[in-house]
Design a protein around this ligand. Structure first.
Ligand code: ZN
Ligand code: ZN
Length: 764
């Protein structure tokens, strides 16, 4: 093998890094090429005679008798392989080069997360987008025919002076009117002109229209920053002006836009997008769950006249290719996307916005484990662009950065259009318990009835999918567990099955206990959203109900349709899991009932209280967003808990202060750093041995602490036994060099995997 693996020793380059060397011609002969595979770094190749290459160029290179697509990387790895033994680059791919800021991001994420750079590159390089976008057959008006001015009286046209006139029926006139100067795919043309395909064929035969290729995905519209300028309150206008100034400064800065729910944050930050469009740079807006963004997209279109380009996992492959290409060529100016949109090849990114920055959905837990909010900040830095983090309930991490002066802070303190904040109250479940086997307190039931009597809408929130989280045998006490995971099976009654929410294992619901064989003794314990729906149907039989849960609301269309039905008052009672918490604006919804406000507090996770406050505050924010005042009822067994008190009083600042005070002394994030090692193996002993070896070699230094090894809360997941170790350091100590030295000291045997999670969000 002539190809050697280069060492990757990534350090953060300065801002505005130049594009570096030119390879070939009179430049260096040695060309480093990064391939989208988990190798430890780029491979060196030789520049072929006559082929001048620059970093970012996309090339074909030989690897193990195959041709692979890679990206010319920045610096050659040095003389590990003699120049004469290098294999030549086969060709340059005719596609836009990968911009320098994106290459810097790939290196940075690889280094930060301890992932092979090629594995990160695989998220940024869409090989199938490199071929030019697909074309389909379309039609255009033959120029002579198109130039004839059509009037209602035109009924024939002479195409050239010496041919017979061609009859222009009303149908043919419609086709020509729809076509204008455009090229339109055949099926679209027939539909829009409301004619049959025979009319189109006839027109082609008569020489009125001719076939022409047209891109399968229509080009992206240009958002117009002046399309419909909003009217703002003085407070909103001041914040919008500050955001515009940040964009116009064309330099890196991070700003937290912190505003109460319903304060019009979206409209305000769209002004930053408008400013970015005016400077002709590109803008990226990250949303935690793009499938739920129908209302956001409608607002965008109202403001700018066209929809933005979207980027998420549900995109069809044609649209995905066309979008990637349009971004690379600068033809798409605004992208609204999920976390993977960070890796799009924007040549001139002028603004990055992270909406709902506190959301844990921004953390990618599989493959390269990274936090998209934090990496969005890095992306903005490399692009010399401002980053704006938006939330009504910012994360403690972001607040700590504000406190330390690293991030600026802009606030919107009141609701837009005079709406008031909802009144939040606890229902003490010890004083007002529901009937046996039920879950809604009579106090909540009365409150819902009162809203219905006034013709208003109500919502019941429970962050748990399915019918019941646990099924047990009343005769012998046996509980139905997942055979692959340390987890109970969740009953989904509508689907007539039990399912594991960790590995996806499903089984039919048994009628006989699998242990004691008793019949009819299997009983559901606790509620899921399906069970609440059943209870609500008994209590409010006349109410029109709608259930929103991620498993019953699979795609953007379903969510958009649900939102439309709620806005149109075709629904009285909305019942949902956390997807109803996210940014919706339902003007007629005036009551939110939280079925189990204590749910998120169990488990002792570092951020359990913070997350519960964030989620319930978001849910509460759905109530009373228009003229009618809103009301929120929290069903809880501990109304005196600081989380409930913070929600009831609305004094989030006091809660945050208490939470910070609790984390600071022990150097817990954001006042310290964490990294988790997750050891997994098919056999428990193998996992234990490796975890013990890691424990024995644990780093020891002032300000550095290792917790574990311990069995993970999910001790078995997908059939693999898991052990966890947690590295905790002071904030001024980086975890990466410690992790590298630690992992290098331990031999991980075959069949055992050690996953690294820097800044863990999940502790399962
Ligand atoms: Zn039993
Ligand atoms: Zn499972």
């Amino acid at each position: 093998m002539e190809i050697r693996i280069a060492q990757s020793g990534v350090t953060l380059p300065p801002q505005n890094a130049t594009d570096g060397d030119i390879f070939g011609s009179r430049g260096t002969r040695r060309v480093p090429v990064l391939l989208p595979y988990p190798f430890v770094g780029p491979f060196d190749y030789a520049a072929s005679p006559g082929l001048v290459l620059a970093p970012g160029d996309i090339v074909l290179v030989p690897l193990n008798r195959r041709q692979e697509v890679g990206v010319v990387w920045d610096a050659p790895s040095g003389p590990a392989v003699a120049d004469t033994k290098l294999k030549p680059v086969s060709a340059r791919v005719d596609a836009p080069a990968m911009p320098a800021p994106l290459r810097r991001l790939v290196d940075w994420i690889a280094s930060y997360t301890l992932s092979p750079p090629g594995q990160v590159l695989a998220m940024a390089l869409r090989v199938n987008a490199l071929v030019p976008p697909p074309m389909v057959a379309g039609w255009r008006a033959v120029p002579q025919a198109g130039s004839v001015r059509l009037t209602p009286d035109t009924n024939s046209v002479r195409l050239t002076p010496d041919t017979n006139p061609v009859r222009l029926t009303p149908q043919r006139q419609r086709v020509l009117a729809v076509l204008g100067e455009k090229i339109i795919p055949g099926a679209d043309l027939a539909r829009r002109a409301d004619v049959g395909s025979s009319v189109i064929r006839g027109m082609a035969d008569a020489g009125l229209i001719e076939a022409a290729p047209v891109p399968a995905v229509p080009p992206f519209g240009r958002p117009d920053p002046g399309f419909r300028e909003p009217t703002f309150s003085a407070a909103q206008a001041a914040v919008a002006a500050a955001l515009r100034a940040l964009v116009n400064a064309k330099s890196f800065a991070v700003t937290l836009l912190d505003g109460v729910t319903g304060s019009g944050k979206t409209e305000v930050y769209l002004e930053a997008v408008a400013a970015c469009l005016e400077t002709r740079r590109q803008a990226l807006v990250l949303l935690p769950e793009i499938a739920l963004s129908a209302q956001f997209l409608a607002r965008f279109e109202r403001r700018f006249g066209v929809a933005p380009a979207l980027w998420h996992s549900d995109l069809g492959s044609r649209t995905r290719r066309a979008t990637w290409r349009a971004v690379a060529e600068g033809a798409s100016q605004v992208v609204v996307g999920a976390r993977s949109a960070l890796f799009l090849p924007f040549p001139d990114l002028g603004l990055v916005i992270v909406d709902e920055e506190h959301e844990t959905a921004f953390k990618q837990e599989d493959g390269v484990v990274y936090h998209a909010r934090d990496m969005a900040v890095v992306r903005a830095r490399f692009s010399a662009a401002p980053a704006i983090l938006v939330s009504a309930t910012p994360s403690l991490e972001t607040l700590a950065n504000v406190e330390a002066g690293r991030y600026a802070h802009l606030r919107l303190l009141s609701r837009h259009g005079g709406a008031s904040m909802p009144a939040i109250a606890a229902i003490d479940m010890r004083d007002a318990p529901p009937p046996r086997g039920k879950f809604l307190s009579p106090v909540l039931v009365e409150a819902v009835r009162a809203r219905f009597a006034r013709g208003e809408q109500a919502m019941l929130f429970l962050n748990r999918r399915g019918y019941a989280p646990l099924t047990l045998c009343r005769a012998c006490g046996h509980r139905l567990a997942c055979p692959n995971c340390t987890a109970w099976l969740v009953e989904h009654r509508a689907r007539r099955e039990l399912s594991c929410h960790h590995c996806g294992h499903t089984a039919p619901a048994p009628t006989v206990c699998p242990v004691c064989a008793a019949e009819g003794t299997m009983a559901p314990i606790g509620p899921g959203v399906e069970r609440i729906t059943e209870e609500a149907a008994e209590l409010f039989p006349a109410a029109r109900r709608l259930v929103m849960a991620s498993d019953t609301m699979p795609g953007p269309h379903a969510a958009a349709e649900a939102a439309r039905a709620i806005e149109a008052r075709e629904v009285d009672l909305l019942i949902g899991t956390q997807i109803v918490a996210k940014g919706w604006h339902f003007p007629h919804l005036t009551l939110v009932g939280v079925v189990d406000a204590d749910l998120g507090l169990a488990g002792g996770d570092l951020r359990a209280a913070e997350r519960t406050v964030q989620l319930l505050h978001q849910v509460a924010g759905r109530a009373g967003r228009a003229e009618a005042p809103g009301e929120v009822k929290l069903q809880t067994f501990s109304p005196e808990h600081p989380v409930m008190q913070a929600l009831i009083s609305g004094d989030l600042a006091a809660f945050y202060a208490a939470e910070k005070a609790a984390r600071r002394p022990g150097h817990w994030p954001p006042y310290g750093r964490l990294a988790a090692l997750i050891v997994s193996a098919e056999h428990a002993e193998a996992a234990d041995r490796c975890a013990r070896a890691l424990g024995l070699n644990a780093p020891m230094a002032p300000g550095v602490e290792v917790l574990g090894p311990t069995p993970a809360p999910l001790a078995v997941l997908r059939g693999r036994h898991r052990r966890r170790l947690l590295l905790k350091t002071r904030r001024d100590i980086a975890v990466q060099p410690i992790l590298q030295a630690w992992l290098a000291a331990v031999v991980v045997p075959r069949g055992v995997r050690v996953d690294v999670d820097v800044d863990p969000v999940s502790f399962l």
